[in-house]
Design a protein around this ligand. Structure first.
Ligand code: NAD
Length: 466
């Protein structure tokens, strides 16, 4: 793509000083579209036309996902599965006595009257339950990361293709209007040629570092530990490995699988990319020395190759669980003519274009030459370059912000159930989900095995370089 001409096109469309206003207006225009959508959600759908779903894994995200799914019109929760009895009791309290509760997810997927399942278990169970559910003819909403191990990815994709069912992965930012608008801006050349993306999650709390409140009755009786470790080497019940599973690589995927994956999902959708081909990560367990075997501070570098959709660019990711920056995060797309910063469901673009003239004086060699030569050099420079040529160019920022009541989770679930109801394809299908997850899991391999990982993002395979 000719970047400066496409950028001109983007600017012309939004015309000069009207940029900031136009951006705000596009936020306003979207606010009314969103309100219409939310109003439309209050329409009644006949009970015969309801999508009956069940949630497998009723922890923090299981409850969040279920509540969001129930806001989409025409959905009904009929069953939940979880391995800890307290969460099953809570499900009855919250959703009524009529729902089925079970510790065995097979009881759910064998039911003929269930159309879809939400899988919000610890990461190690995602692939197994997805494959079983697809084989049983269920549509699947599976939380990110799609898989716990890279080797599981193609198996899930295969099961999905054979099933002809909708499957969507749960990185909700992929459906965010802020991300969709950012994609339009970058595709339209707003920041010139993309060269670098810098993204982070910073945290500074025990909960942020995954030390969640344990239930008062946690024990080998209330937790079905044997089922939890099915297929693994036997080991005694350990409440930390159950309730704080993210901290153990046998059950979770560390900060890379858990958080890099959100960043990579956003980056891949905005740049229309299949992903990086070279991955490197380093890290340390810096502060949360609670027995965890995954780092709490991690940096990753990923190299995205040039493709028909985008130029070559580098991605730098960081997660810091003991950050004096407090709880914060963001993604910056740095181009040759500006920077787009994603913030929540919106973005800001700051424009800055290099002057035509190369510059002279200041931090330069000029001052080191004899006085007379300096004067001559300055004179010929000013003859060659006009005042306009010598100025850096900047324009007012462009800002897009979704309305306050905008909810990307609801949008994401809306897409999923539309897929289930009428078969529209979803963006974050298993191919997208695996292309986002695999580089993050590869970042873990890079960290644990102290190596650079080569990845083929088109064919979704690890590459061995001799
Ligand atoms: N999209 C997001 O923004 C987002 C946010 C948080 C978590 N997540 C994802 O959601 C998933 C769950 O995270 P969480 O924070 O809710 O964890 P959690 O520990 O609060 O809940 C996980 C639940 O899964 C249950 N479980 C584990 N194995 C099971 C099995 N075989 N059958 C039935 N239940 C099983 C456990 O009993 C537990 O209650 C993770 O994959 C996580 O990455 C996504």
């Amino acid at each position: 793509m000719k970047r400066s001409s496409s950028r001109r096109h983007f600017i012309q469309q939004m015309s000069g000083t009207a940029l900031a206003l136009a951006a705000t207006n596009s936020g306003l225009a979207f606010a009314s579209q969103w309100q219409n959508k939310v109003d439309g959600y209050s329409k009644k759908i006949s009970p015969n036309d309801k999508i009956r779903f069940a949630t497998i894994g009723m922890g923090i995200m299981g409850y969040n996902d279920t509540n969001t799914a129930l806001r989409v019109p025409g959905t009904e929760l009929v069953a939940v599965a979880d391995l800890y009895t307290g969460r099953l009791a809570r499900a009855k309290e919250k959703y009524g006595n009529s729902i089925q509760v079970t510790q065995n997810y097979q009881d759910i997927i064998s039911r003929k009257d269930i159309d879809a399942v939400i899988i919000a278990t610890a990461d190690l169970w995602h692939a197994r339950i997805s494959i079983d559910a697809l084989k049983a003819g269920k549509a699947v909403y599976c939380e990110k990361p799609m898989v716990h191990e890279i080797r599981e990815g193609l198996e899930v994709i295969d099961a999905w293709k054979k099933s002809n069912k909708t499957m969507q992965i749960g990185s909700q930012r992929v459906s965010s209007i802020g991300v969709i608008k950012a994609r339009e801006a970058i595709k339209g050349g707003a920041i010139g040629q993309l060269a670098m993306v810098v993204a982070n999650f910073d945290r500074q709390s025990a909960l942020g570092a995954w030390e969640y409140t344990m239930p008062a009755d946690a024990s080998a009786t209330t937790v079905d530990w044997k089922r939890y470790i099915a297929g693994m080497k036997d080991e005694p019940y350990d409440p930390k490995k159950f309730f704080w599973w993210r901290n153990y690589k046998a059950f979770g995927t560390g900060v890379a699988g858990d958080l890099f994956v959100h960043l990579i999902s956003g980056i891949n959708v905005i740049t229309d990319s299949k992903g990086p081909e070279k991955i490197y990560a380093s890290g340390q367990t810096c502060y949360w020395k609670d027995g965890r075997d995954v780092p709490d501070v991690m940096a990753g570098v990923m190299q995205y190759p040039k493709t028909a959709e985008h130029p070559e660019f580098q991605v730098m990711l960081r997660v810091d669980f003991i950050s004096g920056n407090s709880e914060s995060g963001g993604t910056q797309f740095i181009g040759s003519e500006g920077v787009l910063t994603l913030n929540g469901n919106g973005y800001t673009i700051r424009y800055h274009k290099m002057s035509k003239a190369p510059g002279i004086g200041g931090w330069d060699a000029l001052e080191t030459y004899p006085k007379k030569m300096q004067e001559e050099l300055l004179k010929s420079y000013n003859e060659k370059w006009s005042a306009a040529d010598q100025k850096d160019q900047s324009e007012p920022d462009t800002v897009f912000q979704a309305p306050d009541n905008y909810d990307e989770d609801l949008e994401h679930f809306g897409h999923f159930f539309e897929g289930v109801r009428v078969g529209t394809p979803v963006v974050e299908d298993p191919v997208f989900g695996f292309r986002a997850a695999a580089p993050c899991l590869a970042a873990n391999d890079s960290y644990f095995e102290n190596k650079i990982v080569n990845w083929d993002p088109v064919n979704m395979k690890l590459v061995t370089r001799l």
